[in-house]
Design a protein around this ligand. Structure first.
Ligand code: PCA
Length: 214
């Protein structure tokens, strides 16, 4: 396969937020940037956790890298496995303030936009590939209403309005052991496992060819 056959994957992580010193998504994305999985043309970006800045940073990364597929990732502290999000809804309803102190409640991500966009990466195949590799994973039917959901919604909206054919999805990662140790009973996943998981996600998403009409 020539390099030109590879579909470029843009993998994004988020900066730490909510007073945490680290974000597992940032750690895993940086690790993959340093050691990309074979067979994937990979670009990476770390996004700010900000209602005002996340969208512009996502747009800038897409304009720069021109990916066929965008896989955004973030932290879902308290979840026990890698969750592949199915849908982004047109709601900003932040449980906690973002890193600028903003906390939109009951507002749309895109005023006048559709209610929701489904992820366009193969969510079920990704979950199955992760499980086959011995990594706990499941489909999630809600990405919440903070910046992770916001990002998944924006990916759908950008594909619908500016980047036809671009596919997008969102992966939530559990907290890191060093975070969970301060919250007894909270599940966690190491950066090594989370990094392996995102490598698998990128490979499965890039190998997938959606059925074309006709
Ligand atoms: N998790 C938050 C926002 C940034 C992140 O890593 C979320 O689940 O929306």
């Amino acid at each position: 396969m020539s390099g030109n056959d590879l579909q470029r994957v843009l993998l994004t992580g988020f900066e730490p937020f909510g007073g945490e010193p680290v974000n597992p998504s940032m750690q895993a994305v940086l690790a993959l940037a340093a050691d990309p999985p074979p067979g994937v043309a990979l670009s990476t970006a770390i996004l700010p956790v900000s209602a005002a800045k996340t969208g512009p940073a996502l747009r800038a990364a897409i304009a720069l890298h021109r990916p066929a597929i965008v896989i955004a990732t973030g932290e879902a502290g308290g979840r026990a496995d890698v969750t592949v999000e199915r849908v982004g809804i047109n709601v900003n309803d932040f449980r906690i303030p973002d890193n600028d102190g903003a906390q939109p409640i009951d507002l749309p991500v895109v005023a006048g936009g559709p209610a929701a966009y489904f992820a366009t990466i193969p969510v079920r195949a990704i979950v199955e590939a992760l499980q086959e590799a011995g990594i706990p994973a499941s489909i999630s039917n809600s990405a919440g209403a903070h910046l992770c959901n916001h990002t998944l919604y924006l990916l759908g909206h950008l594909a619908a309005t500016e980047y036809p054919g671009m596919r997008g999805g969102f992966i939530h990662l559990p907290g890191l052991p060093e975070q969970a140790v301060r919250r007894p009973g909270q599940p966690s996943m190491t950066t090594a496992t989370a990094t392996a998981a995102l490598g698998i996600v990128a490979r499965v998403a890039a190998a997938f060819r959606p059925a074309t009409a006709g």
